[in-house]
Design a protein around this ligand. Structure first.
Ligand code: AMP
Length: 403
């Protein structure tokens, strides 16, 4: 997939040009707009510095969160500009505008070597609608277009999709981060060192069913934890109390288990759980074997026996792909299973790939983020790559074959 990807290193940048870089600065912030994890900003630095070294100026854009109706302070990119400036040790000009007069003026005054950050793209309705007029206004700002926002490539939005129509193959490309993300996911699927173990969790089978189906013929072992495991456990005929259940997917869950057997893939499900009558930090809780789930309680984390079992299954792994927490890790009481899995995966000598989103958050909170091989910056996009889907934002950066 990456052979024909238009890549930043193949572009002949003319000195003094302006480069539009679509970044993913969708960073988590606390209630005071303090950035709590700047991994996504750091991940964009290589592409930004490269363009500056090529003698260009850069116009950076991103979305942040999901603003509904235009400007909202809590979704402003202003804190990003400050952090970026500190990380680059360089001024970053910030305008509270996207395609209006202020933005146009700032772009026209931008000098070689300078960095400009525009306001949150999603303050403009055209962004999520993939609006061509909006995309054209953005495209008019620059001579070159670079996409380094892997986290949004599974969405056909104006700044990753429609905008590419306004640049030819010599003037648009993927940045370093985007290429690295795609390469990691496709190498993982194509040439994993074996045994290859996939660990999936999280709340919904429906969100990961396609990935499970695509992974089954490729993996040696599959570990299923988190809320989604209960649909499988129910499918095997056990009582699961009030645990998460997707009743309409019980048959699909059985099919996955049968297919695994047919293919010789070893599938591991939790053998015990931490259960509570309701979801809260101050509820009572207890450990139970999976055969003894109390009727009105719900399973909110994997238990210690499952932790040991999963550790043994991981011991021989040479490649591990992890997507989805083992329990409700956001609540301390139910975070142990996810954190211990994070430690095992971090300590493993295997190539370890974390599928972004919540799982990246687990690994960060567990203090393991420097110990894993690769943490994807995009949860949804990374999952779609594993599902074998073509990402709209990547498809438009594939070199056109000339006859
Ligand atoms: P997903 O977006 O499907 O990857 O799900 C992530 C969410 O799953 C996290 O917010 C977890 O709190 C939640 N989760 C994990 N295990 C459970 C569980 N046993 N019951 C309810 N929610 C869970």
């Amino acid at each position: 997939m990456t052979e024909n990807l238009l890549f930043i290193k193949d572009i002949n940048f003319k000195k003094g040009s302006k480069v539009f870089i679509r970044c993913d600065f969708n960073t988590p912030m606390d209630e005071f707009q303090n950035i709590t994890d700047d991994r996504r900003i750091r991940s964009a630095l290589a592409t930004i510095k490269y363009c500056l070294d090529e003698g260009c100026s850069v116009i950076l854009t991103s979305h942040l969160g999901r603003p509904k109706n235009g400007y909202e302070e809590k979704f402003s990119l202003e804190p990003i500009a400050k952090r970026l400036s500190r990380l680059l040790n360089k001024d970053v000009i910030f305008v509270k505008d996207i395609i209006g007069e202020m933005a146009k003026k700032a772009v026209s005054e931008l000098k070689t070597g300078e960095i400009l950050l525009l306001e949150n793209l999603r303050f403009e309705k055209g962004e999520t609608k993939n609006d061509e007029n909006f995309a054209k206004e953005l495209a008019n700002f620059a001579d070159y277009y670079i996409n380094d926002a892997f986290g949004v490539c599974h969405r056909a939005h104006a700044s990753v999709h429609a905008i590419t129509k306004f640049f030819d193959d010599e003037h648009k490309c993927a940045g370093f981060l985007l290429k690295k993300e795609i390469e990691f996911a496709s190498n993982l699927i194509k040439h994993p060192a074996r045994p290859f173990v996939a660990v999936v969790g999280g709340s919904k089978v429906s969100g990961k069913l396609q990935a499970l189906k695509n992974l089954l013929p490729k993996v040696d072992k599959l570990i299923i934890g988190g809320g989604m495991a209960f649909t499988f456990i129910k499918a095997l005929g056990y009582e699961i109390g009030n645990s998460l259940l997707e009743e309409d997917l019980i048959d699909e869950a059985l099919k996955v288990l049968e297919k695994g057997k047919e293919l010789g893939v070893k599938i591991y499900l939790p053998v015990d759980a931490i259960v509570a009558p309701y979801l809260s930090n101050d509820t009572v809780m207890k450990y139970v074997p999976i055969q003894e789930m109390p009727k009105d309680w719900m399973g909110l984390d994997i238990g210690p026996a499952s932790v040991t079992l999963f550790k043994e299954a991981l011991d021989s792994a040479q490649t591990i792909w992890w997507n989805g927490p083992m329990g409700v890790f956001e609540i301390d009481k139910f975070s142990r299973g996810s954190f211990r899995m994070s430690h095992f995966i971090a300590e493993s000598p295997a190539t370890t790939v974390i599928g972004g989103g919540d799982t990246a958050d687990v690994v960060a909170r567990a203090g393991d983020k420097d110990e894993v091989t690769f943490i994807s910056t995009g949860g949804g996009a990374s999952l779609e790559l594993i599902e074998g889907k073509e990402l709209p934002g990547v498809k438009v950066l594939i070199r056109e074959e000339k006859n």
